[in-house]
Ligand binder design. Structure first.
Ligand code: NAD
Length: 470
């Protein structure tokens, strides 16, 4: 796929958009309904393709993290987009009161979506829902790490959308680079912070606005008041979903030194209850590629060489695990800042612990690092919870839970600083993919004449009056 091919598609989408720059609610609704139907109709094929691309992923996990999230996104959009499309009348300042002011949401034109491999369907379709609801045309570049899914998504979407409505561009990093250099009206990138930086640079050349949904190290603070059994159940579940290959997965734990042993034992116990075996267990997800598998092994080896202790769930045969690219939950204690596991986003089922005996220490530790995509706090002390909510900066927060803020349609989903820029989901997505145009409508009678030259003493008097009432 050459730059010319991509440019031609973009131009045909823009032409089609220009011929119909404000699709009616009925037209948008029909697209959202078709999207929902065609995805539901191919659910089994999507589950199979994703499992094939990973090596293994449970059908149930794909249902929960991809199909149901998409279903909820489409239902919410169908219920509310008509209302989001309305013109919002806003108050007009006193001196200009003869006229009126309103905000007119307008489609942007052609939106580009670059998506990652970890939730390969959901992270392409959720921005698509927002972009279609807002009345745009869309081009998608899915990840090269999930070739079966990407091919299937292209085939399935092409059965209900013409190329000038929704187009899927298949290819590797070279295609992704070209894609990010196209003059879209908006570009959404979901992926790593390093690549996000390059995408933002490429988009800046066209002054294309970007939404960056990036990664990073999402911390969990466990307060002394936390119910340990409930906490480990939820953290083990959240961490092991998709074998830790989740942007909002807990990356490391901050907790009191004297509770680390109990926490570690309980986490291993929970992991072994969820997954009595790991090799050949259809419920346990494989690591996406040999490269990522080797990266996780290197992180463990580096930590161990620098004095960490590794506590591993299960007793599966190591060779079998390697063959299936499966990594058991590995709790890492005795950590130190110079370990790579404490510096890089983990994106796998490894969970280091940092001893932290006070909330001050935990907040300082997090505050000195790059702003995370998610932050978790477990505990039952309202005052401390409030402090965490008001004084820490992260993309989003779940309290006494992992990741659930992400599936709340009324919450914006996005990062902050190195974990991202902008947000989408629900109405936040509609606004991201719309131009919220400010409009002033002047009345036949207006005080504006009094502000026009030639300037006289009367003008000065009017200025005086305006200063008083403004
Ligand atoms: P990645 O950055 O390697 O790739 C993402 C996409 O970018 C792929 O489609 C790829 O083809 C494309 N790409 C690669 N190089 C490019 C370049 N030079 N220019 C333009 N595009 C390029 O990320 P990944 O490995 O697929 O996904 C994992 C990362 O994504 C993690 O850091 C994770 O935290 C993050 N992530 C974030 C979210 C979120 O919503 N914030 C969700 C999922 C994953």
């Amino acid at each position: 796929m050459t730059k010319n091919d991509l440019m031609n598609t973009l131009e045909s989408q823009r032409l089609a958009f220009n011929q119909n720059p404000y699709p009616s609610w009925a037209a948008r609704k029909s697209k959202l309904i078709k999207l929902g139907q065609v995805i539901a109709a191919h659910e089994k094929e999507f589950q199979k393709a994703i499992s094939h691309d990973f090596g293994n992923r449970a059908v149930q996990e794909t249902t929960l993290t991809e199909m149901l999230v998409i279903k909820a996104g489409i239902s919410h959009a169908l219920k509310h987009t008509k209302h989001w499309m309305r013109r919002r009348k806003v108050a007009t300042a006193l001196p200009y009161k003869m006229g009126s002011s309103q905000i007119v949401p307008q489609p942007l034109g052609v939106v580009g979506i670059i998506s990652p491999w970890n939730y390969p369907l959901q992270l392409a379709i959720m921005p698509l829902i927002g972009a279609l609801g807002a009345g745009n045309r869309v081009m998608i570049k899915p990840s090269e790490f999930t070739p079966e899914l990407s091919k299937l998504m292209k085939k399935v979407l092409a059965t209900v959308f013409t190329d000038d409505e929704v187009y899927v561009a298949i290819g590797g990093v070279d295609v992704a680079k070209t894609f990010s250099s196209l003059p879209f009206d908006h570009l959404v990138f979901t992926g790593s912070t390093d690549v996000g930086r390059m995408v933002a640079g490429a988009a800046a050349k066209n002054l294309t606005p970007v939404t960056l949904e990036l990664g990073g190290k999402s911390p969990v603070i466990i307060d002394d008041t936390a119910d340990m059994d409930l906490t480990t159940t939820r953290i083990a579940n959240g961490k092991l979903m998709n074998a830790g290959q989740t942007c909002v997965a807990p990356d490391y734990i901050l907790m009191a030194a004297d509770k680390i042993d109990g926490f570690t034992k309980s986490m291993i116990n929970k992991a072994e209850t969820f997954y009595p075996t790991i090799a050949a267990n259809p419920d346990y997800t494989s690591i996406i590629s040999d490269g990522h598998y080797a990266r996780l092994q290197d992180l463990l080896e580096d930590a161990e060489n620098k004095g960490a202790r590794i506590h591993t769930a299960g007793s599966d045969d190591k060779q079998q695990l390697a063959k299936e690219r499966r990594v058991p939950l590995s709790i890492v204690t005795n950590t130190a800042p110079d370990m790579r596991i404490m510096q890089e986003e983990i994106f796998g089922p490894l969970l280091p612990i940092v001893a932290s005996d006070s909330l001050e220490h935990a907040m300082d530790y997090i505050g000195e690092k790059a702003r995370p995509l998610a932050l978790y706090w477990f505990g039952n002390d309202r005052k401390k919870r409030e402090r965490v909510l008001t004084e820490s900066i992260s993309g989003g927060v779940s309290i006494n839970e992992i990741a659930w803020h992400l599936v709340q349609e009324n919450l914006p989903f996005g990062g902050v600083g190195p974990s991202g820029m902008g947000a989408y989901h629900g109405e936040h997505g509609f606004k991201t993919f719309s131009h919220m145009k400010g409009v002033f409508i002047q009345s036949r009678f207006s005080a504006g004449k009094m502000l026009m030259p030639p300037y006289t003493d009367k003008t000065s008097m009017i200025f005086k009056l305006m200063k008083k009432i403004m």
